[in-house]
Design a binder for this molecule. Structure first.
Ligand code: SF4
Length: 370
């Protein structure tokens, strides 16, 4: 199991390797706990290259924890638009409010207090406390778990909380046994970097460049493909939807999603459950109090959430007099304001682009290469 490997002798080579090979990333140039916090939350479930522009824009617009705490919801969700998993940024704002109220606007200085904030788990608390305050607290994410299970040929299911707890206990011992306070942050980052760039999840790990090669059980026994062991996830539920782009000349109908649940508080185009016919679409538009002038079928799209997959068809509906209809709570929004002011989930990205193009369905097919 995890503890079969004598890890203390790997600490110095790991730190040296990190010193020489780490990627130059914007959040590695700071010791500001707020900046590190933002980067760590963004990096959960999102690739480094995708995060960089979001990270820079977020801090440009919300340079302090006080700015984050005071940011209006629509603006906050707009800054996160495209990153997905919006509960991450909602929790960040909740945590910012706690920091304003109880810590005078400054990040608390111990891992225990940081972990007590909304949306912050052991990993993020360890990443912040080790780098900023030199606390000997590990930061074990999926990358780190993968490297450790390969190193020790541990066949525990990495999806289980127990496995993560064992890894944290192991790394806590290692850090307390041979990592100094000044090295704590670098050690955690080194493990993550090793998993992200050398002991990679898909494709061949680059064992020839790995500072752990001589100690690695999976490398020695040719069992790299076996680890990490992860129980198969349940199959995703498929949901079919029909998306409606209800437009007059310059405006399109949006509605705000409920304040709880999937994609809470974001804006979306109206949609109907299942694939509906053109006739059903027309009947629905009339039920909103609007009159369709003409209806065109749009290209299909799909979006994958962690447990659900949306398969979408759509119609572009030109409305005769949208202003006259009640639209059942929908908002008629000028098309040129959508990009600036309305956070729209990535699930609707293709249809949002069609609205921006401002053209008919046939032209859409040509321009979008469909
Ligand atoms: Fe991963 Fe290869 Fe290094 Fe083992 S030697 S930890 S399999 S990269």
């Amino acid at each position: 199991m995890f503890r079969d490997v004598e890890m203390n002798s790997l600490v110095k080579p790991t730190l040296r390797w990190f010193q020489e090979n780490q990627r130059d990333l914007p959040w590695r140039h700071t010791k500001d706990p707020y900046h590190i916090w933002v980067s760590e939350i963004m990096l959960q479930q999102t690739r480094v290259e995708a995060v960089i522009p979001y990270y820079q824009r977020f801090l440009r617009e919300l340079p302090t924890i006080a700015d984050l705490a005071a940011c209006p919801e629509d603006r906050l969700l707009k800054l996160w638009e495209g990153l997905g998993y919006y509960s991450r940024v909602r929790n960040m704002q909740k945590a910012a409010l706690v920091i304003m109220e109880h810590y005078d606007g400054r990040m608390p200085e111990s891992g225990r207090e940081i972990q007590a904030l909304p949306g912050i788990g052991a990993y993020t608390a360890g990443a912040i406390a080790s780098r900023v305050y030199g606390e000997l607290l590990p930061a074990v994410d999926g990358n780190v778990l993968r490297v450790l299970t390969r190193l020790s040929e541990d066949d525990s299911d990495i999806a289980k909380e127990r496995t993560k707890k064992d890894a944290i206990a192991w790394m806590t011992d290692v850090m307390q046994g041979g990592v100094s306070s000044e090295e704590a942050g670098a050690f955690n980052q080194a493990l993550m970097e090793l998993g992200a760039t050398v002991c990679v999840p898909n494709g061949e790990p680059r064992c020839m460049e790995c500072p752990w090669q001589e100690a690695c059980g999976a490398y020695a026994h040719g069992t790299i493909d076996v680890y990490p062991v992860k129980a198969k996830a349940k199959a995703r539920r498929i949901e079919e939807k029909t998306i409606l782009l209800l437009q007059d000349d310059n405006r399109v109908v949006l509605r705000k999603r409920p304040s709880r649940g999937l994609l809470a508080g974001l804006y979306e185009f109206p949609w109907l459950e299942g694939y509906v016919s053109r006739k059903e679409c027309v009947a629905f538009v009339r039920s909103l109090g609007a009159e369709p002038l003409h209806v065109e079928a749009l290209p299909e799209a799909k979006h994958i959430f962690s447990h659900v997959e949306w398969r979408m068809k759509g119609y572009l509906v030109k409305l005769a007099d949208a202003g006259a209809g009640c639209l059942n709570g929908g908002l008629l929004v000028p098309k040129d304001e959508i990009q600036r002011d309305y956070p729209i989930p990535a699930a609707f990205e293709k249809y949002a682009r069609i609205v921006q193009l401002g053209i008919g369905a046939e032209e859409v097919r040509k321009q979008m290469d469909l």
